[in-house]
Design a protein around this ligand. Structure first.
Ligand SMILES: Nc1ncnc2c1ncn2[C@@H]1O[C@H](COP(=O)(O)OP(=O)(O)OP(=O)(O)O)[C@@H](O)[C@H]1O
Ligand SMILES: [Mg+2]
Length: 242
């Protein structure tokens, strides 16, 4: 059986005048259904590049990307949008909620794109918001909530379409440490329930919440394994454990 996510020699190059930036440099990786993986690395190491490819927001310059056995790496925009909507749920650092819409409407957005009927949308969005503890705020606007609560809305929105993969890019980056821990606990709970989670972070202590760490440096994988092995938290450039 093939992996849920598979990169085969994935490269992403940006040509800037005379120089070529290798944002992803021959990356090979496989993520199986139900895994909780953190992609870590310092600023500029290629984390967002990988996230954009995994999330079908961008395609590799060369190499192949298979999502659930389909070669999505070379698809065109419309096909990518369809796959993205059907298979992926996103959580971003800045929540990306729509300020004019209430919580229910925000969470319904992916279902609207998926063509789900109004009644079913309402029901599923209500359930998703109840699940993240916001069942009493369905008609509030995002600006009436705390940062942690807004991030919970974005988790509800990521979940509501029953995605194959939940992709979280620095989901705790804008939160204080206690609220950040609550959001991470929620991701762990979703993992226990069988969801596949890919968490992108530059922070080792956050990455340690996952079961597996993929560490990037200059667009290359320099570690891929158990999140709790001693070598998982070594910065190769600094040569010491954190
Ligand atoms: N659109 C672009 N055009 C040119 N270079 C880019 C572009 N996007 C990314 N890069 C370069 O590719 C490399 C990897 O960038 P990427 O955004 O993936 O890093 P990152 O690990 O997400 O960093 P951060 O932690 O700062 O978000 C960097 O050197 C960056 O400057
Ligand atoms: Mg980034």
């Amino acid at each position: 059986m093939s992996a849920l996510i598979e990169f085969r020699d994935v490269c992403k190059y940006y040509v800037m005048g005379d120089t070529t930036v290798k944002a992803a440099d021959h990356i090979n990786l496989k993520i199986e259904k139900g895994e909780f993986v953190a992609i870590v690395g310092q600023s500029g190491s290629g984390k967002s590049t990988c996230m954009n490819i995994i999330g079908c927001l961008d395609v590799p310059t060369s190499g192949e990307y298979y999502l659930d056995g389909q070669n999505v790496g070379q698809m065109h925009k419309d096909q990518l949008a369809e796959i993205r909507n059907r298979m992926l749920g996103f959580i971003f650092q800045q929540y990306n909620l729509l300020p004019k819409l209430d919580l229910l409407e925000n969470v319904e957005v992916p279902l609207m794109y998926a063509g789900v009927s109004r009644t079913e949308r309402r029901q599923r969005a209500t359930e998703a918001l109840e699940r993240v503890g916001l069942g009493d705020k369905l008609r509030h606007k995002p600006t009436e909530l705390s940062g942690g609560q807004q991030q919970r809305v974005s988790i509800a929105r990521a979940l509501v379409g029953k995605p194959f993969v939940i992709l979280a890019d620095e989901p705790t980056g804008a939160l204080d440490s206690r609220t950040g821990r609550e959001v991470l606990a929620m991701l762990q709970q979703l993992h226990k329930e069988g969801n596949t989670i890919v968490l992108i972070t530059h922070d080792n202590s956050i990455a340690a919440q996952a079961e597996r760490i993929i560490r990037l440096e200059d667009g290359r994988v320099v570690y891929d394994g158990d999140a709790h092995a001693p070598e998982a938290t070594v910065h190769p450039k600094e040569g010491g454990a954190v």
